[in-house]
Design a protein around this ligand. Structure first.
Ligand code: ADP
Length: 797
């Protein structure tokens, strides 16, 4: 639609209309009438009209022929095709016909330019087309203050409507703004608004410009209400749609981009697969929430983003870690006992403890906290292998970590994810390997932590091992509480000395002792030999290894508390036999002690540590070492000097202190052993303890050193075949020692016949096998005098 500010300039009309005159104003005219159904023509406004009806066409043609204008009147009822006079409104608009186009469908399209309102006074002709006498309604253009105010109000309302209604072109408002006649403005605005025909006609019918503006402003306000509501609803709908759709659109966009880059399928497939798995898994709520958060992060990341790998690895960990899966414990006590016995000889205490554990667990269920066991004993005594066999017997998974090489906390508790290549610590790594929440978890060499442990690692371990805390173990990498409370932790140590105290407190220690010869023989017969035969593929071969031969290996080819080297030596023999078989050589039916040389070479250990005869200045001590028990000589040499003391053999501080104590005792008791008191000033002392035999519990060599010193100064010989252990006080009292059993076993192994031990250790006699008690002379002593009575040959001759 076009808006004319001035009355139409005939020159812009079609050429054939150029001569159209504007008919002079007169009060009454007789003009053709053009009824229209779907619009209302307003003065001064150009509107397009479609002429289809024959009567209308004739009216148009008449106007053209007469070079007159015609009156456009709206029908009251749109439906009527052939309206009679009463079907038309009374007020219409006198229009000039502008451009006329005939359309392909037979209709005609014209542009009509409104001139004046007219009132139909009387119809003068009804066929073939309508004509009527009409009166022009020329309006006064009087402007009062109130019309001015009304015009502004209408303009303001109209502006808002234009903003909200997209159907109204923006320039309509500009046009309205430039109109300074009240009536014209009302007509113009009414002509562009989406009003109903009735509403428009109402405006047309209102002859008083001020009243017209008032009515218009009411209509505009109503319309504005509707428009505002509409826009509000639309906004809301839009918002709702936005939320859901925005993300969808973004994802779609991303998908398309990723698709273009060829990254899409694999990553999406992976994310979906992970999402499915996580959805199906029974995870603790916190874990599930975290996993989903990470999944969402992952799903919107381009696959080249550096974090993708990190998140994926993290999610893999969550998926792979056991959160609820557990194995059912074998609750048949006799069956468990049988299985334990079938793998290990002896070890009654440990086996009993395990059976108790199962029994209590059966009654108390998972209410019972798993104990943390600590197996303490020399190497090769079956600690690790028993752990494995406990797992077997219970029907649990078995995992093992050696703490020996572990340096810092992160190895136990993992690195935070911010570190490149971060991983969970060993505890969780092994839980993943186990795949169940209740494996038997072996922590080997917990006593090796102390020496090179860094940071707060023992506290990390403490958290894992403390039944009070381990239901929510925190790993830096996982960053989620992980329940370790169903794990049966078993730690192993060679000795309790170097286990950090807080750790020791949490554990229940069970001692593993070194084996005596007979036990080793039984273990070889029942377990080691069958296993080695099997491993070497010799199970079917008919040959025999005699008890003598095994005993020979035990005594002369190995020197250990456990059976690890023994098993190795047996393996060595079988390896050679296997090779002989492979070379189609005959193998002996039986291997006895005399044929051992062939397979194992010459014996590496003899009882040569023992003095061949009684000697001055050399005493034999018994030590408790990493490898179990051992005996060792302490040598003292005196030379002319000024009372100096030289110590060799890399002695520790405790050892040095106990040498001083021994020396002080000797000096204060010099007279008792006929030692010249001045001898100490005139001579230098050199005391040597062979390296490798340094006892772990330093002070227990006290009486041995005192004996060697007294022998050296007094010249009395030390009896051969005697070994001793005991701490000495300045007054010569003998204090108890640790590792009693291992020391006695070692002495017995080495061919010692008499051992001198502190009286207070008598309580440990129960641990000593009867055979050893029979074969060893065990002398309990309270003071140094008793030691010397036994150890020294008081006859210098
Ligand atoms: P540790 O962990 O105490 O150093 P291991 O468990 O490694 O010792 O044992 C070493 C070897 O000795 C294993 O092959 C084990 O089967 C065997 N062994 C140790 N003690 C026994 C025993 N009481 N009965 C059967 N075999 C044993």
């Amino acid at each position: 639609m076009t808006y004319f500010k001035e009355k139409i300039d005939p020159s812009i009309l079609e050429e054939d209309m150029e001569e159209l005159e504007i008919i002079a104003d007169m009060d009454e005219l007789e003009l053709p009438i053009l009824p229209v159904r779907d619009t209302v023509a307003f003065p001064q406004i150009v509107i397009p009209l479609f002429i289809g009806r024959n009567r209308s066409m004739l009216a148009l043609e008449a106007a053209i022929v007469e070079k007159s204008e015609l009156v456009v009147v709206t029908q009251r009822d749109v439906e009527i095709d052939d309206p009679s006079t009463s079907d038309l409104y009374e007020i219409g608009t006198e229009c000039a016909v502008g451009r006329m186009l005939r359309m392909p469908d037979g209709t005609t399209n014209i542009l009509a330019q409104g001139h004046e309102r007219v009132q139909i006074i009387e119809f003068t002709q009804k066929t073939p087309y309508l004509r009527a006498r009409v009166r022009r309604l020329i309006e006064e253009n009087e402007k009062t203050l109130s019309t001015d105010a009304l015009m502004r109000a209408v303009l303001a309302l109209f502006e808002k409507c234009v903003q909200l209604n997209r159907n109204i072109p923006d320039d309509a408002y500009v046009a309205a703004m430039n109109i300074d006649e009240a009536g014209w403005m009302a007509d113009m605005v009414a002509s562009v608004m989406d009003f109903t025909l009735e509403q428009r006609q109402q405006i047309l019918d209102t002859l008083d410009p001020t009243l017209r503006l008032q009515r218009l402003s009411i209509l505009l306000a109503q319309e504005l209400d509707v428009l505002e509501l509409e826009s509000k609803i639309q906004d809301q709908v839009q918002q709702e749609v936005d939320k859901g759709q925005r993300e969808y659109f973004l994802r779609e966009q991303l998908r398309v981009i990723q698709g273009e880059l060829g990254e899409l399928d694999t990553q999406l497939a992976e994310v979906n697969e992970l999402r499915e798995r996580i959805k199906e898994m029974a995870l603790p709520d916190e874990t599930k929430a975290k996993a989903e958060k990470e999944l969402n992060r992952l799903s919107i990341m381009p696959s080249a983003a550096p974090d993708v790998g990190i998140i994926r690895t993290y999610l893999d960990w969550i998926v792979e870690l056991p959160w609820v899966t557990a194995t059912e414990d074998n609750s048949d006590l006799t069956e468990v006992a049988r299985m334990l016995d079938s793998n290990h000889f002896g070890l009654p205490k440990v086996k009993e403890r395990i059976l108790e554990y199962i029994a209590v667990r059966q009654r108390a269920g998972s209410k019972m906290r798993s104990p943390i066991l600590c197996f303490v004993g020399p190497p090769g005594t079956g600690k690790t292998s028993l752990g494995r066999s406990i797992a077997n017997a219970l029907g649990r998974k078995f995992v093992q970590v050696s703490l020996g090489g572990i340096r810092d906390e992160a190895e136990i508790r993992g690195h935070r994810r911010t570190y490149i290549g971060a991983l969970p610590g060993r505890i969780l790594q092994n839980m993943r390997r186990a795949g169940t929440t209740n494996p038997v978890f072996m922590l080997d060499e917990i006593d090796k932590l102390g020496s090179d442990f860094r940071g707060d690692s023992s506290s990390a371990l403490l958290e894992a091992l403390d039944p009070e805390q381990n239901h929510a173990f925190s790993d830096h990498y996982l960053d989620l509480p992980y329940d370790l409370s169903n794990v049966l932790f078993i730690t192993t140590a060679n000795s309790l000395y170097s286990i950090p105290h807080p750790l020791l407190d949490r554990m229940e220690s069970i001692e593993f002792f070194g084996y005596v010869e007979e036990e080793k023989l039984s273990i070889s017969r029942q377990f080691l030999i069958p296993r080695q035969l099997d491993e070497h593929g010799l199970a079917e071969v008919n040959f025999n290894i005699t008890d003598n031969a095994i005993q020979e290996i035990i005594c002369h080819y190995t020197n250990e508390a456990g059976v690890r080297n023994l098993e190795r030596k047996i393996g060595q023999i079988f390896r050679k036999l296997t090779r002989q078989l492979g070379e189609h050589k005959a193998i002996p039916k039986s291997i006895n002690r005399h044929s051992l040389n062939k397979y194992l070479g010459i014996p590496s250990f003899s009882k040569q540590k023992l003095n061949k005869e009684d000697e001055v200045g050399v005493a034999t001590g018994m030590a408790y070492t990493q490898a179990g028990g051992d005996i060792f000589p302490i040598e003292v040499a005196l030379m002319p000097g000024k009372g100096g003391l030289t110590l060799t053999g890399q002695l520790g501080e405790v050892m040095k202190e106990s040498i001083q104590a021994a020396l002080s005792f000797v000096r204060s008791h010099a007279a008792d052993y006929q030692i010249d008191p001045t001898a100490f000033e005139k001579q230098d002392i050199h005391l040597h303890v062979p390296e490798g035999a340094i006892p772990k519990d330093g002070p227990s060599a006290g009486i041995t050193m005192a004996t060697a010193l007294i022998s050296a100064f007094s010249g009395y010989k030390v009896r051969r075949g005697v070994a001793m252990t005991g701490e000495i006080t300045l007054r010569g009292k003998v204090l108890p020692v640790g590792g009693f059993r291992e020391k006695l076993l070692a002495a017995h192994r080495s061919g010692i016949t008499t051992v001198i031990v502190p009286a207070e250790n008598e309580k440990d006699l129960a641990d000593i096998p009867k055979k050893i008690q029979r074969e060893l002379k065990i002398v309990f002593v309270e003071g140094m005098e008793d030691v010397l009575k036994i150890a020294l040959v008081m006859d210098k001759g």
